[in-house]
Design a protein around this ligand. Structure first.
Ligand code: FPP
Length: 261
C-alpha cells in the first residue's frame, strides 16, 4: 500500500462507547528524525510542529473530543541554549501559522503550563490562540508548554494551601475531586489513552495525576513521521484492551490495523 493510499484511508469503525474521550500525546523523536537525515535538531522540531493539525484532524475524524499534547516540558530548559531558543521561536511561529487552520477545524486550544521563563512572544501567541478559538467545541486541544506534571501538582497544592491558610477551605475538604479542580484545566483530570511515539517507554513527567487510570500505548514511529493512521491505531489498541477488560462487545480484533505497532 502506498503512503498516499494509507493517508486517504478512513478511520477504523470503533464503536463510540469504546472511544477514549481524552488522548494525551508526547511529540517525541524529533531529534532522532533529524539526525537520521543529517539535519539540525531545530529542523526536526519544525517538522514535528507541522504534524499538529494532522493530529487534530485524526482526532476529529475518529471522534476523539480532547487531545493533550506535550510541547515543551519544564525539563526542556536543560537543553542547549541554542535548542531552547529554537524551540521558543518555533512555538511562536507555529502558533501564529496554525491558529487560523485549527480555528477553521473547530478546535478550541487551551494552554497548560507556567508562564515563568517562557518567551513573551510565546505567551502572547498562546493567549491569542486561546482567545481566537475559545468558542469552538468540536475538539479541545490542550497544549502543554513549559509544563511539568510535578510542577502542576505543586501549583495545585500551593493554591489549596493558600486557601486553607486564609481560612476559606478546611483541610478535611481536600480530596481527589478538589485537587483535580485545581489542576491547570479543572475539567481535565482524566486521560484515558496516553500515546508516546518514538519507541520510548516513559511518561517523562507528563500528566502525573491525569494518567492514573490511562492505557499506555507506545508506537515505533518518530513524531515528524506521525500520520493520522498512527492515532487511529492507538485508539484501536485502546478500544480492544477495554473490550477485553470490560467484556464489551463487539470484537475489534478484525478491524484494519496499520503497520506501526
Ligand atoms: C521531543 O523530541 C520534542 C520536543 C522536546 C519538542 C516538541 C515540540 C514541538 C514539536 C513544537 C511545539 C509546537 C507548539 C505549537 C507548541 P526530542 O527532541 O526529545 O527527540 P529525540 O528524543 O529524538 O532527541
Amino acid at each position: 500500500m502506498t503512503s498516499t493510499a494509507r493517508t486517504a484511508a478512513p478511520p477504523p469503525p470503533v464503536p463510540a462507547e469504546l472511544l477514549p474521550r481524552t488522548v494525551a500525546v508526547a511529540m517525541d523523536g524529533n531529534g532522532r528524525w533529524a539526525r537520521a537525515r543529517g539535519l539540525s535538531r531545530s529542523e526536526g522540531h519544525r517538522a514535528g510542529a507541522e504534524r499538529l493539525p494532522e493530529l487534530a484532524r485524526a482526532a476529529l475524524e475518529i471522534g476523539v473530543r480532547r487531545l493533550v499534547v506535550y510541547g515543551f516540558s519544564t525539563e526542556n530548559w536543560r537543553r542547549s541554549p541554542q535548542e531552547v531558543a529554537a524551540l521558543m521561536r518555533l512555538s511562536e511561529q507555529a502558533l501564529g501559522a496554525q491558529r487560523e487552520r485549527l480555528h477553521a477545524m473547530g478546535v478550541r486550544v487551551r494552554w497548560s503550563g507556567r508562564p515563568g521563563r517562557l518567551w513573551r512572544g510565546v505567551v502572547r501567541e498562546l493567549r491569542a490562540t486561546e482567545e481566537l478559538t475559545r468558542d469552538n467545541d468540536r475538539l479541545t486541544l490542550d497544549l502543554c508548554v513549559n509544563y511539568g506534571g510535578q510542577a502542576e501538582l505543586v501549583d495545585a497544592m500551593a493554591a489549596i494551601a493558600r486557601q486553607a491558610g486564609a481560612g476559606v477551605l478546611r483541610p478535611e475538604a481536600v480530596d481527589e475531586e478538589l485537587l483535580g479542580r485545581h489542576l491547570y484545566q479543572a475539567d481535565g483530570a482524566d486521560v484515558e489513552l496516553f500515546l508516546r511515539p518514538s519507541g520510548e517507554h516513559r511518561t517523562s513527567n507528563f500528566l502525573l495525576w491525569q494518567l492514573a487510570h490511562a492505557e499506555l500505548v507506545f508506537l515505533d514511529v518518530l513524531w515528524p513521521d506521525f500520520e493520522r493512521r498512527h492515532l487511529w491505531e492507538a485508539v484501536r489498541i485502546y478500544a480492544e484492551r477495554r473490550r477485553r477488560r470490560e467484556g464489551v462487545v463487539p470484537d475489534l480484533s478484525s478491524l484494519p490495523r496499520s503497520s506501526t505497532s
